[in-house]
Design a protein around this ligand. Structure first.
Ligand code: PHE
Length: 346
């Protein structure tokens, strides 16, 4: 093939090249060391007569340079093209709206518990805790609830497996049915005067419904000094409710019975707004806690002299307060783990 024809052919082909692979191929095809089209021409020069050899040799050499130039030009072109495509692919649209990251948040019962603690801390109460697995002595006997006494039936109990029991048989393990055992545990180790609250989980072996769960939270309160009386209780608890609900409320103490308090009362609270799933806006008294003056026998259980000390105790249902505060119609919602419910506190 003539040098000029080779050039024509090359120019036609290089035009169509669109990838590094094709570029490599065409380079090999023309300039390849053994069978490159142009290489062959250069090799065959020595067979030509001297005049022609000079002429063809000059042409072939300048075409070689030209081809090399074309190839490196094409190479650069392909490279910029590739870079452009890469950038286009990796493009970040800064105007795109971001994906929202959901942070964790506190459970409504945790929020309410924290609020209760804060209010009592501000009134000089100390926060103490007791075990959820309790023994029957603290849960019942020390609270003036003797074995075989009908009052024990007030609390349907989850008893634990006998493997855990003390050998004496006078005490059995159970899931505490209320936070009142913490009263005795605390008084055994501390001398009055004191004021404490004991928040925690309690368990009842009961059928569940909209207002009953087998587990719920209570906050126990206990204030003991030389001359604490029920009007102290009334003042403190009224202040607590007004702080908690952030509005004026009315309370009333109704006579009741608990083995560990004497006298015993039930505290009702009156709202003017709509409560729970009631249709009417009529005022209603809602029962929210049990309370009373610490029974002399409870002081005795803790080795305190009931002639020296007196005080009040109360037990309030945290779930109940949360239900009232957030207008929750069913206590079981707190424990279902349904995110549609829980995330309302986000
Ligand atoms: N422990 C009682 C209950 O769970 C509540 C209570 C506590 C009543 C303290 C009086 C005094 O029902």
């Amino acid at each position: 093939m003539k040098v000029s024809e080779i050039k024509k052919k090359f120019l036609k082909e290089i035009e169509k090249i669109n990838s590094f692979k094709e570029l490599e191929e065409i380079k090999l095809n023309y300039l390849g060391r053994k069978s490159g089209i142009l290489t062959k021409v250069l090799h065959s020069l020595k067979k030509l007569p001297i005049e022609e050899r000079k002429k063809v040799g000059k042409e072939a050499n300048s075409l070689k340079k030209e081809i090399e130039n074309f190839i490196s030009l094409k190479f650069e072109k392909l490279k910029t093209k590739e870079e452009k495509e890469k950038l286009l692919k990796e493009k970040v649209d800064l105007t795109c709206p971001g994906k929202k990251v959901y942070l964790g948040h506190l459970h409504p019962l945790t929020l309410v518990l924290r609020e209760i603690k804060d209010i009592f801390l501000r009134m000089g109460f100390e926060v103490v805790e007791g075990p959820e697995i309790e023994n029957s002595v603290y849960n019942f006997d020390a609270l003036n609830i003797p074995k075989n006494h009908p009052s024990r039936d007030l609390w349907s109990t989850f008893w634990l497996d006998s493997a855990l029991h003390f050998s004496s048989h006078t005490s059995r393990f159970l899931l505490r049915t209320h936070t009142s055992p913490v009263q005795v545990r605390y008084m055994e180790k501390h001398q009055p005067p004191f004021r404490i609250i004991a928040p925690g989980r309690v368990f009842r072996h009961e059928r569940t419904d909209a207002s009953h769960e087998i587990q719920f939270y209570q906050v126990e309160g206990l204030m003991v000094d030389k001359n604490i009386n029920l009007s102290n209780f009334k003042a403190i608890i009224l202040h607590f409710f007004e702080e908690f609900f952030k509005k004026k409320v009315e309370i009333r103490l109704r006579p009741s019975y608990f083995p560990f308090t004497e006298p015993s009362v039930e505290v009702d609270i009156k709202f003017k707004s709509k409560i729970k799933n009631q249709k009417s806006k009529k005022e209603k008294w809602l029962e929210v806690m049990g309370a009373g003056m610490v029974h002399p026998n409870v002081f005795k259980s803790a080795r305190l002299n009931p002639f020296n000390w007196q005080g009040f105790a109360f037990g309030v249902g945290v779930d109940r307060l949360a239900m009232i505060k957030y207008k929750i119609p069913d206590v079981r919602l707190f424990y279902k783990g349904d995110l549609r419910f829980i995330q309302q506190w986000r």
